[in-house]
Design a protein around this ligand. Structure first.
Ligand code: SF4
Length: 455
């Protein structure tokens, strides 16, 4: 029987969360030619930029209003007006996202009012400027992304004739995941509007001459046209679920909020939903990919069955990984997220009951808490971000890296963990970690320790 626990300690030690503006920045990167102005101190732009650059291995451009002691007391209006003028004149972006920070929210700057004032005083400015509230004391990086999507759902769509497309909100994933979701929709002959698509903008190539903005991203026209799609599919409940409902209520487009398509069953749900809303058959190619994932699971079961695993990260990622772990025979013992979303705890309990698990569901928790738990009740594997490396090193437990951020390894942002092919990648990776840890395999027999005297 599983239980839901919440950390009581007020201070966080080795937290898994990032600050909220980074979510709005990441989502803005998915709109072609868009730029973010971070309304706060320089550090509020620098910290997210560094974290994104270390994970995506791309230069990250974000403007800042550079609030100081003086503007903290007298307000940041002038800085924000100057920032919008500079960004518009120098870069000519397709859109500006102004996101708030702990500082600008605490001093009470009326950001929407300042933006309106700027637009009124600059009739020549012909691009959308949106504001997203991202104080980090309310929510995490997930909340910042989610708030961006809700703003887009309200501000952009324009009802016109049906476009036959499907709105897809991948949520907080990697460029490799977005590519995989795009590939799956293409294999069904479906065109998607991705809200938003940072697959190329954050995993791009080198081009000469260097384009002013990275190639790729959802266009402003697509954002406007998203009111005319057949349906909206949110692939993360906590990043896009509410925005999908706005599409349903305001534009009459059916909303489907699905679990992140990790593993067989969750990917099946996505594919079946695509088929249902478009009337398209599930393609032979996708059926073959599914069959290969099933085969990989069967081949790996002798190495994985009954191993215990601790999983941490963003709520939807953890939920997807728990199901995948159960599908491949592992026993999830701890599932941890830093967020305090009550529905997540309830959903995880339902999932646990369905899968017959006995695990501790840890909400609003940090990795020090997980470290203490694992010391008392050891596990064989950990799934999570680079932040788990201290547990990996101290307790000598393999950490299978996934999620955001991965800063101590290279190229993970290009890997997909979603879809059938992402599932195969995960099965291979997890199985190889087990084999590397446990020792020799001789004639398909797994030995706990290397044979003495063997070469
Ligand atoms: S002050 Fe708030 S918004 Fe700024 S970097 Fe820190 S957590 Fe992020």
């Amino acid at each position: 029987m599983s239980t839901v626990t919440k950390q009581k300690r007020a201070v966080a030690i080795n937290p898994t969360r990032s600050c909220a503006p980074i979510g709005a920045m990441l989502a803005t990167y998915g709109v072609h030619g868009a730029l973010t102005i971070n309304h706060g101190s320089q550090g509020c732009a620098t910290y997210p930029r560094h974290q994104m650059a270390r994970h995506f291995r791309e230069p990250i451009e974000v403007a800042t209003t550079s609030l100081t002691e003086k503007t903290t007391i007298y307000g940041g209006r002038d800085n924000l007006i100057a920032a919008m003028e500079n960004v518009y004149e120098r870069y000519h972006p397709t859109m500006i996202t102004v996101c708030s920070t702990c500082l600008s929210e605490t001093i009470g700057d009326d950001i929407t009012g300042i933006v309106d004032e700027f637009i009124e005083g600059h009739p020549d400015v012909d691009i959308p400027i949106i504001t997203v509230n991202t104080p980090s004391y309310i929510g995490t990086h997930i909340t910042g992304f989610d708030n961006f999507l809700k703003t887009v759902a309200v501000d952009f769509p324009v009802k016109d004739k049906p476009n036959g497309k499907v709105n897809i909100m991948p949520g907080w994933v990697n460029p490799g995941d977005i590519r995989e979701i795009e590939a799956m929709t293409r294999k069904m002959g479906i065109e998607g509007i991705f809200l938003t698509d940072y697959s190329d903008t954050l995993d791009g190539g080198i081009y000469r001459p260097k384009p002013q903005f990275p190639k790729g991203g959802t266009t402003i026209e697509e954002l406007r046209d998203s009111a005319n799609s057949l349906a909206t599919i949110a692939l993360q409940k906590h990043v896009g679920g509410e925005a999908a409902e706005i599409y349903e209520k305001q534009y009459g487009i059916p909303a489907y909020t699905l679990p992140m398509p990790i593993g067989i069953e969750n990917t099946d749900k996505f594919i079946k939903t695509l088929s249902k809303v478009t009337g398209r058959e599930i393609s032979e190619e996708l059926r073959d990919e599914r069959a290969r994932l099933l085969d990989a699971i069967i081949d790996a079961h002798m190495f994985l069955t009954s191993l215990k695993v601790a999983i941490f990260g963003d709520p939807d990622v953890v939920e997807g990984l728990v199901r995948l772990a159960a599908e491949i025979g592992l026993e999830p013992k701890f599932a941890l997220t830093s967020s305090d979303f009550k529905p997540w705890g309830e959903d995880m309990m339902k999932l646990s009951d369905e899968l017959g698990l006995d695990m501790e569901i840890m909400m609003k928790s940090d990795l020090h808490e997980l470290y203490k738990k694992i010391k008392e009740e050891p596990v064989d594997l950990i799934f999570g971000t680079s932040k788990g490396r201290f547990i990996e090193e101290d307790l000598d437990i393999p950490l299978i890296r996934m999620g955001f951020p991965i800063e101590d390894r290279f190229g993970y942002h290009r890997r997909a963990i979603v879809g059938y092919r992402g599932g195969i990648y995960l099965v291979d990776k997890i199985t190889n970690a087990v084999l590397a840890k446990k020792g020799l395999v001789v004639s398909n027999t797994l030995l706990e320790k290397p044979v003495e005297g063997a070469d």
